[in-house]
Write a protein that binds this ligand. Sequence first.
Ligand SMILES: [Fe+2]
Length: 117
Amino acid sequence: MAVVPRYLEANGLDATPVMIEKLGHLENDEKAEKIIDVLKVILEEECDHVYKGDVWFKYACDVKGLGYEVYFDIIDVYYPGSFPRKKELNIQARQDAGFSCSELKRMNTQAQCKQEP
Ligand SMILES: [Fe+2]
C-alpha cells in the first residue's frame, strides 16, 4: 500500500500532467488530442487508486499502532534516496488522494500546499 498506490501510482499523478502539457504543444495533431483525452481519464482514475491505497495504508498503520510517517521508512527501503526531490509534485491530486501537506513538504521542500489544521 505504501509502495504501489502511494509511491508508484502517486508518481503517475505527477508525471501525467507533464505528458499532457507536452502533447498539448503539438498543434492540430488529432492523435495527440486523443492521447491527451485518454491521459486525462487515467489521471482522474489514478487519483482514486491512490486514494484507496491511502485509506488502506492508514488503516494498516492504525491497526499496527504505527505513525503514518512510516511511509518514508518503507519507501527508503525500496527506493532509497527518493525524498526529498526536486521534481514537481501534483499537489492538488496528491492532497485529493490523501497525502498531507507535511508529507508533501517532506517529499519536496518547495511544495506549495496548505498545512492542515
Ligand atoms: Fe492505478
